[in-house]
Design a protein around this ligand. Structure first.
Ligand code: CA
Length: 225
């Protein structure tokens, strides 16, 4: 899953990024309001963490503008302001949660995960496709009960496929969700990772992860008749 962090305090932004990377999310960081708005409206993020006091463009304004085009993306507000009236105003403007600085990284991570579970695509903590099982809380993957070790990117790719089972995902969509903005490599990175994933989950005949020629990939829940 791909997250956006809009935070102008560089040190805090890096701490947040590191905490989220450790949870295997892909993370983009914007250090001012303008960049934040541009990223938030350019990519299909799974969640946005938004500071309120930002140079160039205020977090409240970003919140309003993002909500106009995207009513669904979960938005967690970070701020030093803790006045009740502020909180009410931001919930009304479409924020989903609110964290007052200073905060513990562990709390941020818990809230992020809780918000992601609430969303509209598959947010269950355990995803299942055939005898393949992915547990988002423990980040363990099993097939037929047997544990499979994956790298962070392989895990991210499998989670994205399983959360969208039976839906064809283009290479572009996969890059957008599993890699972050710093990715500048070739599209065929996706093919390379799918190959690794098929090897590891034991899918040599591509019955689970199917190639859709010219488009991308889909993980299928049912065997064809
Ligand atoms: Ca700030």
């Amino acid at each position: 899953m791909r997250l956006l962090v809009v935070e102008d305090e560089e040190k805090l932004a890096q701490l947040v990024k590191r905490a989220l990377l450790a949870e295997r999310f892909s993370v983009d960081v914007a250090h001012d309001g303008r960049e934040g708005l541009e990223l938030a409206t350019s990519y299909d993020y799974d969640l946005i963490i938004l500071d309120l006091l930002l140079p160039q463009l205020d977090g409240s304004e970003i919140l309003r503008r993002v909500r106009r085009g995207n009513p669904r993306v979960p938005i967690l507000i970070l701020t030093a302001r803790d006045a009740v009236v502020d909180k009410v105003a931001h919930f009304e403007a479409g924020a989903d949660d609110y964290l007052t600085k200073p905060f513990a990284m562990a709390e941020l991570v818990v809230r992020v995960k809780a918000l992601l579970r609430r969303g509209t695509v598959r947010r269950e903590s355990v995803l299942r496709v055939a005898d393949l099982e992915l547990d988002r809380l423990t980040q363990q993957v099993r097939r037929g009960g047997k544990r499979i070790e994956l790298t962070a990117k392989e895990y991210g790719l499998l989670e994205y496929l399983m959360a969208n089972s039976d839906r064809v995902l283009s290479r572009n969509m996969i890059i957008d969700h599993v890699w972050d903005q710093s990715f500048t490599g070739a599209m065929n990175i996706v093919d390379v990772y799918v190959r690794h994933l098929r090897d590891k989950i034991g899918d040599p005949d591509q019955k689970l992860i199917r190639t859709v020629r010219g488009v991308g990939y889909v993980i299928v829940t049912e065997e064809p008749a």
